[in-house]
Write a protein that binds this ligand. Sequence first.
Ligand SMILES: [Ca+2]
Ligand SMILES: [Ca+2]
Ligand SMILES: [Ca+2]
Length: 481
Amino acid sequence: MKQLATSAVLALGLTTPVFAQATPEAVMAGAVPFEQSVLVSGLQGPWEVTWGPDNMLWVTERFGGRINRIDPVTGRVSPAITLTDMSSSSGQDGLLGLALDPGLGQGNGNDFVYAFYTYLDMTRPGDPTITDPASPFLHMYSKVVRLSFQAATGLLSDPVTLIDGLPAGADHDSGRLKIGPDGKLYLTLGDQGNDQLANYCLPILAQRLPTVAELTAKDYFAYQGKSLRMNLDGTIPDDNPEIGGVRSHVFTFGHRNMQGIAFGPDGTLYASEQGPKTDDEVNILTAGGNYGWPHVVGYRDDMAYQYARWADATTPCATLEFSDITINPSVPREDETVWQQPFNAPLTTLFTVPSDWNFTDPACNGMNFICWPTVAASSIEVYRPETGGIPAFDNALLVTALKRGSVYRVPLSVDGKSVSGPIERYFQTENRYRDLAISPDGQTIYVATDSEGLHEALAGGVNDKVANSGAILVFRPKVQN
Ligand SMILES: [Ca+2]
Ligand SMILES: [Ca+2]
Ligand SMILES: [Ca+2]
């Protein structure tokens, strides 16, 4: 009971059922037929895939710490460097984002590549919120390095640290890195997965802003749950927003786990963000904006979300058992509308549900989170009108999903500032999709898959085996006869 032929369904104003419960937002099966192939598999957690000016796919491997160039025709993998000081656990840390300098391959001496990864630094004091001195994350930080590319050898070398001592941990590192049309480097940093699961007694600091004293000391602890904007040498741009009276690297705040950012043709900055049990978001990021987390997810509508502050429980938090479903009565809870500060509402959500939604759908055999309405949005790219490409696909945002093994096409209005129709679901396989890249002619979409993990089965419910481990999948429109 899924992926029905949707034209009739949509005509009735209904939506495509995914599980036993249908999400109330308009989502339909993709209308353009595609064929699928596997370019390469067996990579160690491919995380960023981006098309280079050398007509190669540049791919980071999260556990392996390797940056590769992959031939988009033959699938041949050419390793460019392994970052040996990278530290990776079985969590969300490791080698994450990668961005190519606009000067790469242009003969102007700027053959640079930027990378973001987690590492251990025993010379720093450590995360003040971690009380266990044996924690492998006590001294974990993240940094951005600039590498130099030699076209003759195909190798990256000479790492220069642009900024280090950034927050890092096992959960919600975010870590997407892009260079904007303004020539600045943009980076997303997650809320570290606080207030849930293993970190349920740690408070979320997404609303906490850096102080002048912290900046002077290069203490970037308050950068969690933020997007950053920096010069290509890692310094703070003079035209960064002053937020709470302080100009820092912070561009926007109030984020949970923003794994995708992408620039539109007019410079609009789009972002995808993972919500908790509901309301993954697509946002437009504007300088100084507050995006609401953890007080609001999606819209300020009090639908199926309350901010439960485990760290402030009247019973000592560590003595409580964490649950996503049953919140201990000693944990303070707050409706979204209690928090009245101005914030930037999303462009759309994936997905918002009513408060009586069943978050323990039996279709997921106790792995409740797979059945939740959140898709685990992991990246975003802009499908630009000027690419030509696939006419029916044009002028849209493409969002990859971990839990759904799909790409969601979010159609945009002509000005790119609103969503113009139903969200469409494409390319479903039994995988977790981490990122995508689009060929310059717009005809081919490359999707990076996680090496392992839980996701939705094609027939609904949960699957714990991925069909294509650590792969780059290739999707092209089917040739019509
Ligand atoms: Ca990408
Ligand atoms: Ca938000
Ligand atoms: Ca909401």
